[in-house]
Design a protein. Structure first.
Length: 111
């Protein structure tokens, strides 16, 4: 049986200390939000750069279209932020559980 590497041991110790704090919704939201804001800014730069004249005419001609775009972008931002944060937490939790199982199996084999 292979014992845990130093990196794996460090991860197990780190995740045992921080796993509950990183599961909290507000913590997850604040970590992934800057990337989502960057995506939103890029989207609005794309919309208002003027490269697609028809899209620009629709946005400028009907103000309700702009509100729909803003609401959609906020919805997308919240979804991407929550989904990516929870996905990362789940990946770390899965790795932690696998390493704990490996550690337990190695401990039982050494007895």
């Amino acid at each position: 049986m292979m014992a845990l590497t130093e990196e794996e041991k460090n991860f197990v110790v780190y995740w045992e200390r921080n796993r509950l704090g990183k599961k909290k919704f507000l913590r997850q939201f604040t970590i992934a939000f800057p990337l989502t804001v960057l995506m939103i800014v890029a989207l609005f730069i794309n919309i208002f750069s003027g490269w697609d004249k028809r899209a620009e005419m629709v946005i400028r001609g009907d103000s309700s279209s702009l509100y729909i775009v803003v609401v959609a972008v906020i919805g997308i931002a919240v979804f991407v932020t929550v989904f990516s944060s929870r996905h990362k937490w789940e990946q770390n939790e899965q790795r932690y559980l696998e390493l704990k199982g490996k550690e337990k199996k190695n401990g039982a084999a050494n007895i």
